[in-house]
Structures are given as structure tokens and as C-alpha cells.
Ligand binder design. Structure first.
Ligand code: NAG
Ligand code: NAG
Ligand code: NAG
Ligand code: NAG
Ligand code: NAG
Ligand code: NAG
Ligand code: NAG
Ligand code: NAG
Ligand code: NAG
Ligand code: NAG
Ligand code: NAG
Ligand code: NAG
Length: 679
């Protein structure tokens, strides 16, 4: 279709060359021509002369030839990404001096890079250049960028740069943003020294082994994630304030907390997935005569000698402006004395999956500004807190302590944080205190959850709970409660009574549940009662308007047809596999299948047990096979009879065939197996 249109159109031009407004297959919007994905093989020559932006992405334009843009002298922006482009003639831009923005991403420009370099040199206004994904090496890049003194934004990601030195970017005095992501860089030697205006530098997904003598005071964002970095060391001799606000060193091999600038503005410090620990306990051991200096060599054999007090912990530089510290998945056993207090603006402290052994939830240890604290999956055995009834941590809103081994805490600790909204305390071994039998002890094996007027979400899965004392959640307006994986929990009818007006999400998976009256919980939208011993669906479920109901892994044998009809109307998503459904009582399944409202999320896995105790897929089971009912049975026998008659007929005809056409058989065999010979 498209090909025909193009052909017709060319014919047109040939016949009527003087046409005033030639048709074009591109879309024109003011001074922008959109010619993306039109299978063009060259730049259209019939666009209005005054166009300023030309998009030619996803075509097959192997070469930009001299003159192909000469009609468009107002062009400011040309985008020819993903065009299989492998050559750009040296003079192609000679009549387009206004071009500021060029996008040649994902082409093959490594092939004729000299010509391409020549073409770029005439663009004295070029500010934005994207040559990502072009198979370029550092030598090619160095040539391409020669004299591009006006460039402000450069994308070199997804090329094959190995090494950068002071020549690579020597003329880019105006460069503000540089993307080098996804190359194979292993060394950078003074390459950024001339880039006095560089604000954002992306080095992610390379192979850099270290960043030492870091002295780019002008940078605001440095992304060096996903490298092999073992050391990040700032040049400590620089007394200027670094402008750095975001430092991303995630997914590297850091052993030490980075040696940051003495003065800086870092707000976001991302260090997850490294091997960071603190070692001051080693520095006190004078029998270990360990070195304090590290020497780094580059390929040229030049050494930079960085001396750092490796074993003392007070050389982190300035962390006073940090607001977000993510040090998840590292090896932190403790923080040095006063370390956290050096961050008086810390709001988010994320340290999931470390080895922290002790934590004091106090304004002495933590900055009082902390809003989110994630210490999940560490090795905490005991929590300490302020003994006063109001903590200084009055901004603490999200608290994740799950997957520790906490066995003792001050029982009223959670009642002392006035903004607490989400608590995950799952997978610890702490019970629920009886609210009327409280001691004011500093340490106990149960926690109080009464009268927490700000708490909305509570996760206490897997805490070895065995009972919920009455009134436990009174005065606590939970909307989300997860009690799952407490197999010995026996939930009495009254013990969640305080929550009936607020609860929207209730997790009771694997809690030994057999029956429960859910009808007071009018707000409930998500109910998870999987992995229990429910053999009959609680009738109270029919009174709820659920979005999601998880009934997996119970002992249901069927669902009454009238209940199925109600559920199909009132529930949106149901999970139901892993029950003992009777294959001959599957009316409910058909009701669910037919329902437009209800979606059985795991319908492909639902099984049932047939008369011979075999497990079959419920969706494939044919109720004809159930027996019992005379009509079904007779159909079954008819089928059996008919098929046996059919089989014998076929047998008879084969015998007939072979008997009366005796020569057919050898011929067939001969055709298939042997080389032709004559009979
Ligand atoms: C860059 O400028 C220098 C001096 O003006 C000139 O000698 C050189 O040829 C230019 N390079 C390119 C690629 O145009
Ligand atoms: C750093 O780069 C990686 C990879 O592109 C990206 O996922 C991450 O979000 C970036 N970090 C920041 C702080 O932008
Ligand atoms: C010092 O290190 C040695 C050797 O590892 C160890 O035996 C000793 O207990 C350490 N002393 C202290 C005080 O940590
Ligand atoms: C530490 O080691 C250096 C050389 O390895 C040695 O000269 C020095 O005496 C040692 N110091 C102590 C306290 O053992
Ligand atoms: C580093 O190498 C360069 C060039 O090889 C040389 O000029 C310079 O003096 C060397 N610097 C040091 C500190 O050795
Ligand atoms: C590095 O510094 C240490 C201690 O200051 C010194 O012993 C060593 O010789 C220096 N190495 C180089 C290459 O300058
Ligand atoms: C935490 O508090 C306990 C007792 O209140 C104290 O013994 C301990 O040293 C504190 N730990 C830290 C790391 O501050
Ligand atoms: C509490 O934390 C939030 C960040 O979520 C922050 O914007 C706010 O300033 C903090 N409040 C105080 C009093 O520190
Ligand atoms: C708490 O942390 C655990 C483990 O890191 C995570 O799986 C869980 O989703 C977190 N809880 C909340 C409420 O974010
Ligand atoms: C909860 O608050 C109510 C009313 O303010 C009070 O009577 C009750 O003692 C409090 N319960 C606990 C355990 O603090
Ligand atoms: C709780 O701790 C405070 C100070 O840490 C102490 O004065 C008080 O006696 C302790 N109370 C109990 C019951 O141990
Ligand atoms: C129900 O709870 C169990 C245990 O916590 C969990 O594995 C499952 O994913 C939950 N179901 C849904 C639908 O979220």
C-alpha cells in the first residue's frame, strides 16, 4: 500500500513539476515535519522550505548525501535515529548552519566516521548531539567531537569506549550533560578536566574499577552505578564546596563508605548492593600493623598516591546535607559513634539486608528528622528506645523491622512515635501484649498496639503469635493488617472488633483459620484466607464487597451454587487453586467462568478430584464422566459403544484392503524405504 503511494506520488512530481503545494507523506505540524517509520530511503525533497524540525526516525536511509538537506536552510533539529545510517557526507550540513540538535542514535556511524566528523565541524551552533548506539570507539569519538565548542548535551551511551583521556573531550567547553552509560570503560584519565560546566555525568554500566582523586566540584549528578568500583576517593586537598547533590554508586564493589568531599551538598547518596562495612573496631588493635595508604596506577604507569585513614571512620567527608541514604544490601554491622547524627536532615534511611546487631530508636542515635527507616533483614535481637512516653523521633512514619530476630523491646515503643503510619514487624518473635495487664518495663517479649491513632498499616506476619488478646487494636484505626503465617493463631470473634469500621485489607493466610464471621468488616476489600483448613465457605463472605479474595490451599470441596452466584457478582478477583474440589460438583466453576465481573486469576491451575481420586484440571473436566445420573451414564455408554463399532469397522476395512489388493503393501514399503528397483 505504502509502496504504491510513494510510486504514484513520484509520478505526479514528474508530470507536474510546478505544482505549488506538493503532497507529502510526512505529517506537517507548523514547522515540524514528522516522517518517522515511512520506509523512506532518502530525505524527502518536497517538504516546505521553512521547516525547522525534521524527524526521519526508523527509516532505511543508508547515507545522507551532499545536497539532501540543501532545501531546508532553516533547519534547527534533525533526528535520524534507527535508520541504518552508515555514512554522512562531509558537506551535508553546509547549507544548514542553524542546526542545534542532531539525533543519530542507533545507526552504524562507526563505518565512515571521518566524513561524519567533517560534516559536524560546520555546525557552529550545535548544542545537542545524540550518537548513542553507533559502535564508536574512543578514537572515533575524539575525532568526531573536535571543535564542537558549543556542545551542551552529548549522549555517547551504548558505544564501545574503553578509555578516556584528556584529549577525548578537549574542546567541549560548554558541555553540561554527558551520558556514557553502557560502554566498556575501564579507565578515565583527566578526561573531564576541561569540562568546567559539566553538571550531570552518567557512567553507569561500565567496567570502572575505581574513582580516585575525584575533584569535579562542578558536577551536580554523578551516576557511577553498575561498575566494578572498589574505591571512591575524593581529592581531599580541595577545600572548595562541591556542587554534588546526587551520587549513585549502587551495584559496585565498595568495601568502604565512600570518601566524600570535605564540603559538598549531597542530598541523595545511593550505595545499595556493595560490600560496605565500618572497621573502627580494627583500628584499635595495634597488634595488626595495617597500612593506611592505597596506590593507584593508570595504564601509563602514572601513580596517584591516595592516603586515606582506612581504618578510622571519621574520614567520610561531609554528609551533613544528606536526605536520602540508601545503603541496602551491604555488610554494615554497626554505625560508628555519632555517624547518623552527622546527617541532621536525613529523612530516608534504607538499610535493608545488612548485619546490624543493635538499634536504638532514640533521638540520640537517629536524626530526629527521620521519616522512613528500613532496617529489615538485619540481625537485631533487641530494640532500645526512649523511656519517656514521647519520643523525639516525631517525623518517623514508615518503620520496617521485618526479618530480624527481635525478641525483646520496650512494649510501648510504638506508641511513642506521634506520626507512625506504616509498621512492618513481620518475622520477629514478639507477641501482643494484653492491654490491661501492662507493666511499664523497659524490655518485654510483647508489644502494645492499642491507641496508636496514626497507624494505618501493620504487618505482623510470622511472629509466632498464638492469641490476640481482646481490645488489642482498640483506638488504632488500621486499614491494613497482615497476620499471615502465624499457624498457631486462634482468632476469636471479638479480638479484631476495634477494626471493623476501618479495615480494608486483611491477611489471614496460614493462621489455622476454620471459620470466622466477616460481616462486621464492611470496608473490607482485600481478604486473604489462603493456606487454612476451611472446608465450607463462611457465609459472612457473601455480605462483603471484595476486590480480591484469596482462597487458595484450603479444604473446600465445592461452593454452593447460590453462594457462587453472589460471589460472582460481588468479588472482582479470586484465587482458588489447591483445594479438594469434587469434579462432579463444579457448577460454581461454570458460574465463575461465565461471570463478567469476577476474574479467576489462577483458573488454569484449578484442579478437582474425580470418582477415581485422580486430580484433573477443572476447566478441562467433562461432567459426562461423573456417572451417577442416568442420562450422563447412557451418553457415556453410547459413546463407548459407538467408538468400538467404529474401531472394528476400520479394522475390517484394512483387512479387506490388504487382502484384495495384495500388491499395494509392498509398493508402499518400497516407495518409502528402498531405492527404486523394478518388480
Ligand atoms: C578544528 O579546528 C582546528 C583549528 O581551527 C583545525 O585545524 C581543524 O582542522 C579543525 N578540525 C576539524 C575536524 O574541523
Ligand atoms: C543511574 O543509572 C541507572 C542506569 O541507567 C539508573 O537505573 C538509575 O536510576 C540512575 N540513578 C539516578 C540517581 O538517576
Ligand atoms: C587484635 O587482632 C588479633 C589478631 O587478629 C586478635 O587475636 C586480637 O583479639 C585482637 N585484639 C582486639 C583488642 O581486638
Ligand atoms: C609495622 O610494619 C612496618 C613495616 O611493615 C614496620 O617497619 C613497623 O615497625 C611495624 N610497626 C609495628 C608497631 O609493628
Ligand atoms: C604522568 O604521565 C605524563 C605523560 O606520560 C607525564 O607528563 C607526567 O609527568 C606524569 N605524571 C606523574 C606524576 O608522573
Ligand atoms: C605513597 O605514599 C606512601 C606513604 O606516604 C609512600 O610510602 C609511598 O612511597 C608513596 N608512593 C608513591 C608511588 O608515591
Ligand atoms: C542503646 O541503648 C542501650 C541502653 O539504653 C545502650 O546500652 C547502648 O549502648 C545503646 N547503643 C547504641 C548503639 O547507642
Ligand atoms: C519529615 O519528613 C519529610 C520527608 O518525607 C520532610 O519533608 C519533612 O521536612 C520532615 N519534617 C521534619 C519536621 O523534619
Ligand atoms: C519490609 O521489608 C521487607 C524486606 O526487605 C519487604 O519485603 C517488605 O515489603 C517491607 N515492608 C513494607 C511495608 O514495605
Ligand atoms: C486507650 O485510650 C483509652 C481512652 O483514651 C484509655 O481508656 C485506655 O486506657 C487506653 N489504653 C491503653 C492500653 O493505653
Ligand atoms: C527503665 O530504664 C530507665 C533508664 O534507662 C531506668 O531508670 C528504669 O529504672 C528502667 N525501668 C525498669 C522497669 O527497668
Ligand atoms: C496471600 O498471603 C500469602 C501469604 O502471605 C501470600 O503468599 C499470597 O501472595 C497472598 N495472596 C495474594 C493474592 O496476595
Amino acid at each position: 500500500m505504502l509502496g504504491i503511494r510513494v510510486l504514484l506520488y513520484f509520478g505526479f512530481v514528474a508530470v507536474l513539476p510546478a505544482l505549488c503545494h506538493p503532497h507529502t507523506i510526512c505529517t506537517l505540524i507548523q514547522r515540524t515535519a514528522m516522517c518517522n517509520s515511512l520506509r523512506l530511503s532518502s530525505v524527502p525533497s518536497n517538504l516546505p522550505q521553512h521547516i525547522e524540525e525534521l524527524f526521519l526516525n526508523q527509516n532505511i536511509i543508508l547515507k545522507l548525501q551532499t545536497g539532501c538537506l540543501s532545501g531546508y536552510s532553516s533547519l534547527r533539529m534533525l533526528s535520524c535515529a534507527n535508520c541504518f545510517l552508515n555514512a554522512v557526507d562531509g558537506q551535508v550540513f553546509s547549507n544548514s548552519p542553524l542546526i542545534e540538535n542532531l539525533n543519530f542514535a542507533d545507526n552504524e556511524l562507526h563505518k565512515e566516521h571521518n566524513q561524519f566528523a567533517q560534516s559536524l565541524s560546520s555546525l557552529t551552533r550545535l548544542r545537542i548531539l545524540d550518537i548513542s548506539g553507533n559502535g564508536l570507539t574512543e578514537d572515533m569519538v575524539s575525532e568526531l567531537l573536535q571543535n564542537l565548542t558549543s556542545l551542551e548535551y552529548l549522549d555517547l551511551s551504548r558505544n564501545v569506549l574503553l578509555r578516556l583521556d584528556e584529549y577525548t573531550f578537549r574542546d567541549l567547553h560548554q558541555l553540561k550533560e554527558l551520558n556514557l552509560e553502557n560502554n566498556v570503560l575501564f579507565e578515565i584519565d583527566a578526561a573531564f578536566d576541561h569540562l568546567k560546566k559539566l553538571r550531570r555525568l552518567n557512567l553507569a554500566f561500565n567496567s570502572l574499577p575505581c574513582l580516585v582523586k575525584f575533584e569535579m566540584t562542578q558536577l551536580v549528578v554523578l551516576n557511577a552505578s553498575h561498575n566494578l568500583i572498589e574505591w571512591f576517593i575524593t581529592n581531599q586537598d580541595i577545600t572548595e564546596t562541591f556542587d554534588l547533590e546526587t551520587l549513585d554508586l549502587s551495584d559496585n564493589r565498595l568495601l568502604y563508605f565512600p570518601f566524600l568531599p570535605t564540603y559538598n551538598r549531597i542530598k541523595t547518596l545511593l550505595l545499595p548492593n556493595n560490600h560496605i562495612g565500618f572497621y573502627s573496631h580494627l583500628s584499635q588493635n595495634s597488634s595488626l600493623n595495617w597500612t593506611n595508604s592505597v596506590e593507584f596506577y593508570n595504564l601509563g604507569g602514572n601513580a596517584s598516591n591516595v592516603t586515606a585513614e582506612l581504618w578510622r571512620d571519621d574520614l567520610q567527608g561531609d554528609i551533613s546535607s544528606v536526605q536520602l541514604l540508601d545503603i541496602s544490601v551491604n555488610q554494615v554491622r554497626y554505625f560508628p559513634q555519632g555517624f547518623l547524627q552527622k546527617m541532621p536532615h536525613l529523612y530516608w534511611l534504607r538499610m535493608r539486608s545488612n548485619c546490624l546487631e543493635s538499634l536504638n530508636l532514640t533521638g540520640e542515635e537517629l536524626p530526629v528528622t527521620v521519616y522512613e527507616l528500613d532496617v529489615s533483614n538485619n540481625r537485631l535481637a533487641e530494640l532500645h528506645a526512649d523511656s519517656s512516653s514521647i519520643s523525639e523521633l516525631n517525623n518517623l512514619t514508615h518503620l520496617n523491622l521485618s526479618l530480624n530476630n527481635i525478641q525483646k523491646l520496650p512494649p510501648r515503643v510504638f506508641t511513642t512515635f506521634p506520626s507512625l503510619s506504616i509498621v512492618d514487624f513481620s518475622y520477629n518473635t514478639v507477641g501482643l501484649c494484653h492491654p490491661t495487664e501492662l507493666s511499664n518495663s523497659n524490655s518485654s517479649a510483647c508489644a502494645v498496639w492499642t491507641n496508636l491513632s496514626t497507624l494505618k498499616q501493620l504487618h505482623i506476619a510470622g511472629c509466632n503469635l498464638n492469641k490476640i488478646p481482646p481490645l488489642t487494636f482498640n483506638g488504632t484505626p488500621l486499614t491494613y493488617l497482615d497476620l499471615s503465617n502465624n499457624p498457631d493463631l486462634h482468632i476469636g470473634q471479638g479480638c479484631l472488633s476495634g477494626l471493623s469500621g476501618t479495615l480494608q485489607h486483611l491477611g489471614l493466610s496460614n493462621t489455622g483459620l476454620q471459620d470466622f464471621n466477616f460481616s462486621p468488616f464492611k470496608q473490607l476489600r482485600f481478604l486473604n484466607i489462603s493456606k487454612n483448613s476451611i472446608s465450607v465457605l463462611p457465609i459472612s463472605l457473601m455480605t462483603l464487597n471484595l476486590k480480591l479474595l484469596d482462597l487458595r490451599d484450603n479444604m473446600l470441596s465445592t461452593i454452593k451454587p447460590e453462594h457462587a452466584t453472589v460471589l460472582a457478582k460481588q468479588v472482582q478477583i479470586v484465587y482458588i487453586e489447591g483445594n479438594n474440589f469434587n469434579c462432579c460438583q463444579l457448577e460454581w466453576y461454570r458460574t465463575f467462568e461465565k461471570s463478567k465481573n469476577l476474574h479467576v486469576a489462577d483458573h488454569l491451575e484449578v484442579t478437582c478430584v474425580d470418582l477415581h481420586q485422580q486430580r484433573l484440571k477443572a476447566g478441562l473436566f467433562n461432567s459426562v464422566l461423573c456417572g451417577g445420573r442416568s442420562t450422563d451414564e447412557s451418553i457415556f455408554w453410547y459413546i463407548l459403544l459407538f467408538s468400538s463399532v467404529g474401531v472394528s469397522m476400520v479394522g475390517v476395512s484394512i483387512i479387506y484392503f490388504l487382502t484384495f489388493r495384495p500388491r499395494l503393501l509392498p509398493r508402499v514399503i518400497k516407495k518409502k524405504c528402498w531405492k527404486p528397483t523394478t518388480y
